[in-house]
Design a protein around this ligand. Structure first.
Ligand code: NDP
Length: 253
């Protein structure tokens, strides 16, 4: 089955598309023939991505201002969508690292606002439109393997991703009646701006040795699982969390 072909012609909104995995997913979807809208706060980055996609022959790519923590910004972003939406990719996220014992409360709140409240706001917006129009949309939440296990120094991040896992399941249950599917991708460690400094450090190098496949992920390692969830290739699949992690979740204790 050609997973990419099953995304052709769909309209995909990727949040946090100004860098890292979000930009990668936008390129992937566009390369599959989907119409892509990219959203984040750093407009100049989005415009550079749009120029890149335009140059590659994509049509109708839109760059939309979005702060997922702000309900007005989310409403404005959805109002500015150039066409009815088919796929929402909740990718925007921050890691907010630091030892829990001394972590400023503002850091905890920022992680929850971005990683948990953000997907709630965008998902409920999308679902209201799909329910009211009868369109059968799909949501792909970008969680993490720390939704299942924990790592030191990123307690709020792990809490937020575990919450996103449960949000995926709860909304899948409520929205199956509308034909809306909600699934989550749980990547292991993939080198991007969110973690590049860490993986260059001795602690980061040690962590890579604990991944059973002994390497970091590359963004394209996520492509097949992402397309499975984002396309209509698995129409009976909802409420699932799919890890793609080089075996990290099954590493020996
Ligand atoms: P990056 O830091 O490269 O990208 C994060 C993106 O989120 C940026 O585009 C940023 O855009 C956006 N963002 C942050 N805050 C907001 C906000 N308030 N409103 C809108 N957009 C926002 O990190 P990654 O690409 O690595 O991470 C992408 C997702 O993948 C995250 O959810 C992360 O938790 C998850 N993930 C990453 C892993 C990895 O190893 N890299 C592993 C597992 C999960 P801007 O600042 O322009 O708004």
């Amino acid at each position: 089955m050609d997973l990419g072909a099953r995304l052709a012609g769909r309209h995909v909104l990727v949040t946090g598309a100004s860098s890292g995995l979000g930009a990668h997913f936008a390129r992937l979807c566009s390369g599959c023939g989907a119409r892509v809208s990219v959203a984040a706060r750093r407009r100049e980055r989005l415009e550079a991505l749009v120029a890149q996609l335009d140059a590659a022959g994509a049509a109708g790519v839109a760059a939309l201002d979005l702060d997922v923590t702000d309900p007005d910004s989310v409403a404005d972003c959805f109002a500015a969508l150039p066409a009815p939406l088919d796929v929402l990719v909740n990718n925007a996220g921050i890691s907010g690292s630091g030892a829990a014992v001394d972590l400023p409360l503002e850091s905890f709140d920022a992680v929850m606002a971005t990683n948990l409240r953000g997907p709630w706001l965008t998902s409920t917006h999308a679902a209201r439109a799909w329910r009211d129009s009868g369109r059968q949309g799909t949501i792909v939440n970008i969680a993490s393997i720390v939704a299942e296990r924990v790592a030191g120094g990123v307690a709020p991040y792990a809490v937020s991703k575990a919450g996103l896992k449960q949000m995926t399941k709860a909304l899948a249950l409520e929205w199956a009646r509308y034909g809306i599917r909600v699934n989550a991708l749980a990547p292991g460690y993939v080198e991007t701006e969110i973690n590049a400094d860490f993986f260059a450090s001795p602690a980061g190098e040690a962590l890579i040795k604990r991944i059973p496949m002994r390497r970091l992920g590359r963004p394209e390692d996520l492509d097949a699982a992402f397309l499975l969830l984002a396309s209509d290739a698995a129409p009976w699949m909802t409420g699932a969390l799919v890890p793609v992690d080089g075996g990290h979740l099954v590493s020996g204790l």
